[in-house]
Design a protein around this ligand. Structure first.
Ligand code: TYD
Ligand code: MG
Length: 474
C-alpha cells in the first residue's frame, strides 16, 4: 500500500502502444496486447487528484453563449521583424501562442529567428534565444556579422527543457525562441532527444508555459527527408501555427509558407532573400524573379503561379538537345518530373513533336518550386520553343493546365494573375478558351483551346518574337 501511494504522488512514465493504446510499465519490442512491433512510445502520466482517480463533472465558469454575443475583437498582436513574416503570421505574434517553423538544414531558420529575436528585443521587450544546437559564442559571432546588437536580447545555450523552463520563468522575457524542439529533452523521460515521446512531451510542456505566461514561443523543427516536420504528427496538432521555410540552399530566395494558423489564413507566403547580412524581405518578388531573364534565347516562357493568394511571375526554361541514347534524359528543377513526362507525352502524341530522341531539361528560375498545373502551358511552350529554336515574345505570359488529350483547362483566379502580369509590364497572355477573363488590365488576351493550337501560334509567329529567325528544327 505504501508503494502504491508513493507511485501515485508524483508523475511517472508509461509506455503506450500507438496501435491499441495498451499501457506497459517498461519498453517492449512487441506489444503483448495487439502484437504490433515497435509501437510502444513513452509518455508522462500525472495521476488525477482526489480519490477514485475520476473527476466529477462540474459546471465551471465556461458557459455556452450565443455566437453573436462573442465580442468581435481581433487578437492582440506583437510586431515582428519583417512585414513578410508578420503577414504569414496573420499580422504579428499572438501572446501565448506557439509557432513551429520547419525547414531543411541550412535553409536559414536560425538566421531568420536570430533577426526576429533581435528586432523584437529592440522594439518590444526582452527576448530569449535558447539554442540547443549552437554555443552562445557561435550565436554571438553570427549576430556580430548580422549587426544584431539589441540590449535586451538574451542567449541561453541549454538542452534540458526543465532548466530552460525555469530560466524562462525567472527571466520573464516577452518572446522565447527554442532552436530546436528536436534537440531539447526532458530528463524524466528515458528516451533520447528527438524521439517521438521527447518531442511531443516537450512541445506540450512549452505550450502550457506559453498559455500560462502569455509569452509567445517560437520553436524550430527539423524536417525529415520527405520534408515533413520530424517527430509525431501530433506536434503539428499541439502548436498554434506551423510555418515552413522553403528554398534551395544554393539559391538566394526563401519562401515562408503557412501550414496551419489558428490566428489567420494559411494562404499567405512571405518571400525572403538570403544575403551576406541575413535574410532580407522581398517586397516585389515578381520583379526580382524576372530580373536576370535573358529575353534573347529560345526556350524561355513566363507564367504566373499562385503562392497562397499571392501571384508570382516566374520564368520557365527548357532545353532540348539531340541524343542517340535509347532512353533520353528528362531532368527537372523546381517542377514535378512526372508532370514533365506527361507533358512530353502530350507534346509527342497530340502535337506531333518528336521528342523521343531529345534530352530534355526544365528549370524554374530562382529556386522556386511550382506545384500547380497552371504552369503546364508555360512548360510545354518552353519545350516547343527550345525544340524549334524559336524564341517566344518576352512580353507574353502563358497560363493553362494541360489535359491528356491536349486540351487546355482553366486555371483558378485568372484575373488576379493577369493583373499582376500587367503590373509588371507584360502585354500579352495566352489563356484557356474556357476561362476568358472579364478584365484584362490592358493585356491582349489570346484564348486557346488546346496545346497544339498554342504551339501552332508559335509556328505562325503568332506568339514568337518578331525579331526571331525562321523556324529551325533542332
Ligand atoms: P542557418 O540559419 O544556420 O540555417 P538553419 O538554422 O535553417 O539550419 O543558415 C545557414 C546558411 O545560411 C549557411 O549555409 C550560411 C547562410 N548564411 C548566409 O548566407 N548569410 C548570412 O548572413 C547568414 C547568417 C547565413
Ligand atoms: Mg539552425
Amino acid at each position: 500500500m505504501r508503494w502504491y501511494n508513493a507511485a501515485m504522488a508524483k508523475t511517472r512514465t508509461v509506455f503506450v502502444c500507438q496501435q491499441c493504446g495498451a499501457q506497459q510499465s517498461r519498453w517492449m519490442g512487441k506489444c503483448p496486447e495487439c502484437g504490433a512491433w515497435d509501437s510502444l512510445v513513452e509518455q508522462i502520466v500525472t495521476p488525477a487528484r482526489g480519490t477514485g482517480g475520476q473527476r466529477a463533472a462540474t459546471v465551471g465558469q465556461n458557459q455556452p453563449i450565443r455566437l453573436r454575443d462573442v465580442p468581435l475583437t481581433d487578437f492582440q498582436r506583437l510586431p515582428v521583424y519583417a512585414e513578410e513574416f508578420a503577414r504569414v503570421l496573420g499580422g504579428g505574434l499572438v501572446p501565448g501562442s506557439v509557432v513551429l517553423i520547419g525547414g531543411d538544414p541550412g535553409v536559414g531558420k536560425s538566421t531568420l529567428l536570430g533577426q526576429v529575436a533581435a528586432h523584437f528585443a529592440a522594439s518590444v521587450g526582452p527576448a530569449l534565444y535558447v539554442s540547443a544546437e549552437e554555443s552562445a559564442q557561435q550565436i554571438r559571432l553570427r549576430a556580430e556579422r548580422l549587426g544584431l546588437t539589441a540590449d535586451d536580447l538574451f542567449l541561453l545555450a541549454e538542452t534540458s527543457l526543465d532548466l530552460i523552463i525555469e530560466h524562462i520563468r525567472h527571466l520573464r522575457p516577452r518572446l522565447v525562441i527554442v532552436d530546436s524542439i528536436q534537440t531539447v529533452y526532458l530528463p524524466e523521460l528515458t528516451s533520447a532527444a528527438g524521439s517521438v515521446s521527447q518531442v511531443r512531451e516537450g512541445a506540450l510542456r512549452l505550450m502550457q508555459l506559453a498559455k500560462e505566461t502569455a509569452i509567445p514561443i517560437v520553436l524550430v523543427g527539423h524536417v525529415t527527408k520527405e520534408g515533413a516536420i520530424a517527430g509525431p504528427r501530433v506536434l503539428e496538432h499541439i502548436v498554434d501555427v506551423v510555418l515552413y521555410l522553403e528554398g534551395d540552399r544554393f539559391h538566394q530566395f526563401r519562401l515562408l509558407r503557412g501550414g496551419k494558423n489558428r490566428f489567420g489564413s494559411t494562404n499567405e507566403v512571405g518571400v525572403f532573400e538570403m544575403t551576406g547580412d541575413g535574410l532580407r524581405e522581398v517586397r516585389n518578388p515578381s520583379q526580382v524573379f524576372l530580373a536576370e531573364r535573358n529575353t534573347q534565347s529560345p526556350g524561355s516562357t513566363v507564367t504566373v503561379t499562385l503562392e497562397g493568394t499571392r501571384p508570382l511571375l516566374v520564368e520557365v526554361q527548357a532545353l532540348t538537345s539531340h541524343t542517340g541514347n535509347a532512353q533520353p534524359r528528362r531532368t527537372t528543377n523546381g517542377f514535378d518530373l512526372n508532370r514533365l513526362l506527361m507533358l512530353t507525352a502530350v507534346l509527342s502524341k497530340r502535337v506531333g513533336l518528336p521528342l523521343f530522341n531529345q534530352d530534355l531539361y526544365v528549370n524554374i528560375v530562382g529556386g522556386l518550386r511550382i506545384g500547380e498545373p497552371a504552369a503546364d502551358l508555360a512548360v510545354a511552350l518552353a519545350i516547343a520553343s527550345s525544340y524549334r529554336n524559336q524564341r517566344i515574345d518576352p512580353d507574353l505570359v502563358c497560363l493553362g493546365e494541360i489535359g491528356l488529350s491536349g486540351e487546355l483547362r482553366s486555371v483558378s483566379q485568372l484575373e488576379r494573375r493577369l493583373s499582376e502580369a500587367a503590373k509588371l509590364g507584360f502585354r500579352r497572355a495566352i489563356v484557356p478558351a474556357h476561362s476568358t477573363p472579364d478584365r484584362a488590365d490592358g493585356l491582349t488576351i489570346t484564348p486557346v483551346r488546346s496545346l497544339s493550337e498554342a504551339v501552332e501560334l508559335l509556328t505562325r509567329k503568332g506568339i514568337a518574337s518578331s525579331s526571331s529567325p525562321a523556324i529551325e528544327q533542332g
